[in-house]
Every structure is written in C-alpha cells, then in structure tokens.
Ligand binder design. Structure first.
Ligand code: UDX
Length: 430
C-alpha cells in the first residue's frame, strides 16, 4: 500500500520505518527542511534504539522516502496518516493547530478519494472534525474517510512497541477505512479492536490515565511505606503478581514525566470538566505526581540541612532512561528548587546536554559522573540510567564530602550502600 505520514517526530518516523519494513511504499512528510534533509541522508535526528538500523535498511530497499513537497506527497498517496504533535496550551487543553494545518493541507492538494488516519493523540471528537476541515479546505469533492488509530509507543522503546504492540485500535465510521487499516497491519500478530473514532480517542486517554494512576497510587503507598518501614519494592512485587493488577507501572519514585502523560492527563481532565464529569481520581493522580520532587527534596534537607552553598550532584536529566527527551522531566523542578535554595548544582546525563538557560543560571555539567559526584554533599538520582547502578560506589564513597544518596528511582542496592556507610534513601523505604 502507498502510505504517507504527515509529521516526522519520533512517532511519525518510527511508524514510517516500521510500515516500510512491512513491505509498504512509505513517504514521510514534514515542513521542517532540516529534519527531512537529515532523514533523506539516512540520519535519524533523535535517539531511539534500533530505528537507525531499520531506517538504513528501508532506504536501501527503496521502500521509504522523505519529502517537504506536500502537494506531491498528498497526490501520490491514498492512505494519509497524521502524526503531528498536539502540545498543551497554557489552559491544559491540546493545541490542535498542527492537526488543523495537516487537514487543510490535505484538503488543498487532494485530487481523489483518500483515507485519513489520525495517529496523534487528539481530544475525543477531533477525528470526526478532521473530515470537515479537509473538505472545507479545497475544491475537490471526492470523499474522504477518516479513522483514528492511536499510538502506544514509549520513547526509548518505540521500535519494539511498534513491531509488537499489545493491541491495535482502529476507530472509524467507515467499514472501508476499518478494513483497509486492518489490512495494512496484516503482518501484526495481536488483537485488533475496532470501534468508533471517539472510542479510539477515549481508549488512548483512558490508557494513559490509568497507567499514570498506577504510578501515583504506588507513590502514595510508598510514602506510607516510608512511615511504616515497609519496602515498597516488595509491595509492588507482591501486588504485581496478581494477574488482575499486573507488574508494570508500579515502580515508586519521583513520578512520571515526558511528552505524553503530563499533557494527556491535563487534556483529559479539561475535557471531563467541560463535560461536567470531573475525573476526581485522575485529578488526584496529577496532584500526587506534582508533589513527588518536593517529597524527595524534603528528605535531602532533613539529612543535609540548609542547601545554601552545598554541592548537590544530580544524576540524570532525561525524563526516563534510553531517551534524550527532557520534556516534563522531574529533573527540571528538582534543579529549579535546588537553585532557589542556593545549592551548587552539578549534573550528569549520558545523552542529554544541559540547555543554555541552565548554564546561565550557574548549573554545571560534566560527562564524567565521578567528577560530578566529587566533593558533593548529596547525590540525587533523577533518571534510572543503568550506568548509575554500575558506578563504583566504593570509589564514590572516597570522593564525596558527605556520603548521602537520595535515589529518586529506587534503583540502587540499599544494603550494599549502607554497608559502605552511605546515608541512603529512596522513596518507600528501599
Ligand atoms: C507513554 C506511554 O507509555 C505510551 O503508551 C504513550 O504512547 C506515550 O506515553 P513514555 O512517555 O515514552 O510513554 O514513557 P513511559 O515509559 O510510559 O514512562 C512515563 C513516565 O512514567 C516516565 O517518567 C517514567 O519514569 C515514569 N514511570 C513509569 C514511573 O515513575 N514508574 C513506573 O512504574 C513506570
């Protein structure tokens, strides 16, 4: 099948590569000339394990191309995926500008019947509107069929999630669109859920909302574990083995960040409120998450005292390991608060470089974690990069000024560190 993906972010490009790998003839379109130039040269401009290799293979096989020529791209393809971003507006609801622009562009250049598949996360009811936006934008009267096919790709795991999803959800009022999209994924061996566009949109938000709920739930339990001297990791394990609960998303720590959960939850709460069905559980989930950085910093202050002039080593900037994304990363409020309390902050991340505004504010970065840790009064772990587990903690013990570790991801071996006479604290008494 001839497929166009409009928007070449990590979702658009990963899907382009994966659909080409399944034998389709795929075009990736974006308005950003630099992104497209880089992809045309076969260079992935973001960090996503495994995608570069598959990109090389598909370009070589001539099944995949990238372009900024919107007219050609729309004219030459029959199935058009919209994979543009839907960032948050300041009031919490999704900014649909890019979706509308993509729809208008399709309407402007469309010359025959098209199937339009919205993959971006959009508020319930948006996919139906896409049809109107397309038809209003151009003269061509050939019909369009719209469908919603949400993505469930985790950053850093996007390729595996795209190749082996737990399910594929397709929402459309058109049987032809449902069937065509099902066909397009015929090599995928997973359950298919066919529903309405609104059903598919709701499945995406409710899934992310539920996963975030699991995280905030275990984070609240972790606070109680701290008080009652119970190891939350045992609790997660004991709960997770119950098949009805499941083991994932029960890791207590600094909470969730990233480009999806925080924004999707804000949007979902906004939609619910405007429809007079406030989602009270989800609203508490957001509050609990917001509180996590303060919770850890209170532990630091209790142990180290005033942070003024203290050297604090922050390990990890990315919102989670195996990505270079810092959007809504918990490291941001942590560093912000440390600066406000006049600490001297030095950071390490294996892939992320500190942004200029942090450097201007006096934050230091070093690519050698031992240099970051040297002479520190407190070490705070924000991201569970495996590198930190592999540090020589005996060596670390010798170079710190005050041996205190605050493990915001509960990733280190507490017993071993206590034996080395570190003051070690996680979240939930590990
Ligand atoms: C998420 C969804 O998982 C994915 O389906 C959706 O399409 C996009 O949003 P992503 O944001 O890439 O993916 O990251 P994910 O691995 O889900 O983690 C989100 C955040 O939750 C991270 O900050 C992570 O550190 C945190 N987290 C995750 C926890 O704090 N505890 C856990 O047990 C799991």
């Amino acid at each position: 099948m001839k497929i166009l993906l409009i928007g070449q972010g990590y979702v658009g490009t990963t899907m382009a590569v994966v659909l080409a790998n399944a034998g389709h003839e795929v075009t990736g379109l974006d308005i950003d000339h630099d992104k497209i130039a880089s992809l045309q040269k076969g260079k992935l401009y973001f960090y996503e394990p495994g995608v570069q290799k598959m990109l090389d293979k598909q370009l070589e096989a001539n099944r995949l191309q990238f372009t900024t020529d919107a007219r050609q791209a729309v004219v030459n393809n029959d199935i058009l995926f919209i994979t543009v971003g839907t960032p948050s507006l300041s009031n919490g609801n999704a900014d649909l500008t890019y979706i509308k622009n993509a729809a208008k562009m399709i309407g402007q250049y469309k010359n025959k019947k098209k199937i339009i598949v919205v993959k971006s996360t959009v508020p319930v009811g948006t996919t139906e509107k896409v049809k109107d936006w397309v038809m209003e934008a151009g003269e061509d009267t050939a019909p369009v069929e719209v469908a919603m096919n949400p993505e469930f790709l985790r950053e850093g795991n996007a390729l595996q999630d795209a190749l082996y999803p737990d399910r594929i959800v397709i929402g459309s009022h058109s049987d032809e669109a449902l069937e065509t999209i099902h066909q397009l994924y015929q090599q995928w061996n997973c359950p298919f859920i066919k529903t309405t566009p609104r059903g598919a949109e709701m499945i995406k938000y409710a899934s992310n909302g539920f996963l975030a709920t699991k995280i905030s739930f275990i984070n609240e339990i972790a606070m109680l574990c701290d008080k009652l001297e119970v190891n939350v990791r045992d609790v997660s394990k004991g709960m997770g083995l119950d098949k009805r609960i499941g083991p994932s998303f029960l890791e207590a720590g600094l909470g969730y960040g990233g480009s999806c959960f925080p924004k999707d939850i804000k949007e979902f709460l906004w939609t619910a409120n405007t429809n007079q069905i406030p989602l009270s559980i989800l609203s508490k989930v957001e509050q609990v998450n917001h509180h996590q950085p303060d919770y850890l910093l209170d532990k630091v202050k209790k142990q180290v005292g005033s942070l003024t002039g203290k050297n604090v080593a922050v390990l990890g900037l990315a919102f989670k390991p195996h990505t270079d994304d810092t959007r809504e990363s918990v490291s941001i409020p942590i560093i912000q608060q440390l600066l406000e309390e006049k600490a001297i902050v030095t950071v390490h991340d294996p892939v992320v470089n500190l942004e200029a505004n942090w450097i201007e504010k006096g934050v230091l970065q070093n690519n050698d974690p031992y240099q970051v840790i040297k002479e520190s009064d407190a070490i705070i772990i924000c991201t569970n990069w495996p590198q930190y587990e592999a540090l020589d903690w005996k060596k670390v013990r010798k170079i710190v000024r005050h041996p205190a570790i605050f493990d915001g991801r509960n990733m280190l071996n507490a017993e071993q560190l206590s034996e080395l006479r570190f003051h070690y604290e996680g979240i939930g008494y590990p």
